[in-house]
Design a protein around this ligand. Sequence first.
Ligand SMILES: [Zn+2]
Length: 434
Amino acid sequence: MKALAGRADAPYFPDHGDDRYRVRHYDLELEYRVGPNRLGGTARLSAVAVDRLDRLALDFGAFRIGKVLVDGTPARFRHRHGKLHVTPSRPIGREAAFTVEVRYTGNPSPVSSHWGGLGWEQLTDGSIVAGQPIGAPSWFPCNDRPDDKARYRIAVTTASAYEVVANGRLMARRRVGATTTWVYEQGEPMATYLASVQIGRYQFLELDGPVPQHVYYPSAAEPRVRHDFGRQGAMVAAFTQLFGPYPFGAYTVVVADDELEIPVEAQGMSIFGTNHVDGERGQERLIAHELAHQWFGNSLTLASWRDIWLHEGFATHAEWLWSEASGGESAAVHAGRWHARLSQEPRDLVLADPGPRRIFDDRVYKRGALTLHALRRIVGDDAFFQTMREWTAGHRHGTVTTAEFTALAGRIAGRPLDAFFTTWLREKALPPLP
Ligand SMILES: [Zn+2]
């Protein structure tokens, strides 16, 4: 990693991830005690070596580690500063498949970052995971890089009074004594930061729409939840038409029993706080934003955090499209308003390389959305929405880069758009809206 420092393509979070192997599948067998916030269990990773491996590193927080096995044989390990360095008893051959099993227990503690603690977080009576961008190691050992997507089985055992929601399909729910084991399977590849477990005393309701949708919520929030999420089914239908088929089997919303600064996206799932439901659809744009991440972020995941506008710009633009589709202000009105506001802000940010501390800068969101609106203006609606649909179809469940998007847009427009994209994505000055 050191050799990359300072290079234009150096990763934003060089301490996370190991490019010497790829994970194919995570099998997480966990137990959680809500009161003492105690998490333990076994993580079994099925992986493939890129090169011959004498040792490998996993990202993992401050848990007590009982044992590490590679291909079923105990391996030496060293665990410090968020890294679990594993030395197998004999080297793993190039392109060979192997398994790593880690047994652990402890109190999950958030990964510290520029944005505060990330990852598994205890609530007053339950827990949430807010993993973006580097919080996954707070609860399971992983190869924490967004381009190493894998399939998951997540089994969680906890007191039966709680509902457990994790990514993918609920395959089993077994009650034994006072505890219940919930088993979820995520069949589509998923980035580590999108893996999620939500635990709380929730009720749930089902929404009408083109894909199965469930909302989990604390019972006191029911009337507000029913009203505020009442148009989500129509939203799924509108986005399906604009962006192509919804990429997963179902969509689950959790309204956690606490206030959250911002909603959190996870694969096939979004997490809101009770402060985001007011009973007046005051935050409906956020419902649209989080839903849009299922296409832009979760199905199509950035290969590098540098390209964060491919998630946030697209999800913000989807807010404007929902406003337009639902009879509110048109995307053009939103674009005009935000262009005027951004022109008052400092222009010291490059959209396609904002720097690791500014990936969640609001200008990334709004200028990203403006870039898409400007593209729509210069190529026309037909070419623009064809671009969106080919984008989501061509990279479904994969990883993406800015260069791939700009090339696709140019191909569908039938002319090179390099100059256009350079001014919006690579220069600091704010271009006029076409
Ligand atoms: Zn977002």
